[in-house]
Design a protein around this ligand. Structure first.
Ligand code: SAM
Length: 307
């Protein structure tokens, strides 16, 4: 893979699971370099449509070039949480989310997503709105920082790390990714072992800066109204916080099914909440992980709207 390219995770599996009607309308909420969108377009007929959405202006510029060549692709520069505003009342046949950041975002040091490169501590998927990670760290209280590191990073040493960050910020503000990673490393007691000690801190700040979990929850709260009956959702997550939200959503609307004997009519009003049929949980094969190490932590879940 060369610089600024993105190798799509579970490409065939996700697109094949999603498409049930080749003439349908599909939302790709996380365009990135449009690997999934392009595969979806290949699977669809000339009347099928893909509405691709991303917060990132670079992803949008890339997708706009593709849309010029294929009129079936509509490009939306916004959060997927707002996708209903672009559907003109149409229902959709499927929603695909491939969450998190893309390789081009990680590879571009000045986007600030990577602690492996020295760059501007930004971390915004859309650098034109909101506040950067540097601005967040310049103004946040120690307690709020602890809460973010615990809630979004599940960081065991949140208190120590937050104290070190706040102490250092009075001497010199944080502007560089390496600088932050280094302060975290010094504060982290277990930095010799396993993953880089800044992994969870960077994840937590990125989730906060981009409101990632809120966006996911907002979209899921609208999704059942957006999907046609028989329409599907396919969501690829890369850490337990987002996967838990997806898993609980699918479980909430499908969990009683297991308890109902097949072929029996359902009279129990408690079962009125059942709107989804689970399609399963999928992971990348060892072959895929070898070719694309990013797919190691991917968990894909699918479900179909039945009511
Ligand atoms: C893992 S990449 C997607 C890669 C894509 N599936 C491909 O095959 O090239 C995730 C993308 O989703 C975007 N993204 C993440 N959260 C978003 C949100 N709430 N709304 C819109 N785009 C989002 C990121 O900017 C990034 O470009």
């Amino acid at each position: 893979m060369t610089m600024f390219q993105h190798e799509s995770v579970l490409l065939e599996e996700a697109c094949n699971l999603l498409v049930t009607d080749v003439n349908g309308i599909y939302v790709d909420g996380t365009l990135g370099r449009a690997g999934h969108s392009m595969r979806l377009l290949q699977l669809l007929s000339s009347s099928g449509r893909v509405i691709g959405c991303d917060k990132d202006p670079t992803a949008i510029a890339h997708a706009n070039n593709l849309a010029e060549q294929d009129g079936r692709l509509q490009v939306v520069h916004d959060s997927f949480a707002n996708i209903d505003q672009y559907l003109d009342g149409r229902q959709i046949n499927g929603l695909l989310l491939d969450l998190g950041v893309s390789s081009p975002q990680l590879d571009d040091a000045d986007r600030g997503f990577s602690f492996m490169r020295s760059g501007k501590l930004d971390m915004r998927m859309n650098p034109e709105i909101g506040i950067s990670a540097a601005e967040l760290l310049a103004n946040i209280s120690e307690q709020d920082l602890i809460d973010i590191l615990i809630t979004y990073g599940e960081e065991r040493y949140a208190r120590r790390i937050a104290a070190a960050i706040i102490a250092r910020r009075y001497i010199r503000p944080f502007v560089d990714t390496y600088d932050l990673a280094d302060v975290v490393k010094q504060a982290h007691p277990n930095w010799q072992k396993g993953k880089h000690p800044a992994t969870k801190v960077f994840q937590a700040l990125r989730i906060k800066v981009n409101d990632e979990l809120t966006d996911l929850e907002i979209l899921l709260s609208k999704l059942l109204d957006l999907l046609v009956v028989g329409g599907r959702l396919v969501i690829i997550s890369f850490h337990s916080l987002e996967d838990r939200i997806v898993k609980n959503f699918i479980r909430r609307y499908s969990s009683n099914q297991r308890d109902i004997p097949r072929r029996l009519p359902v009279f129990d009003s408690n079962n009125s909440d059942i709107r989804l049929r689970k399609l399963g949980k999928f992971k990348a094969s060892s072959e895929q992980i070898k070719l694309n190490p990013r797919s190691r932590s991917a968990i894909m879940r699918g479900a179909e709207k039945i009511l």
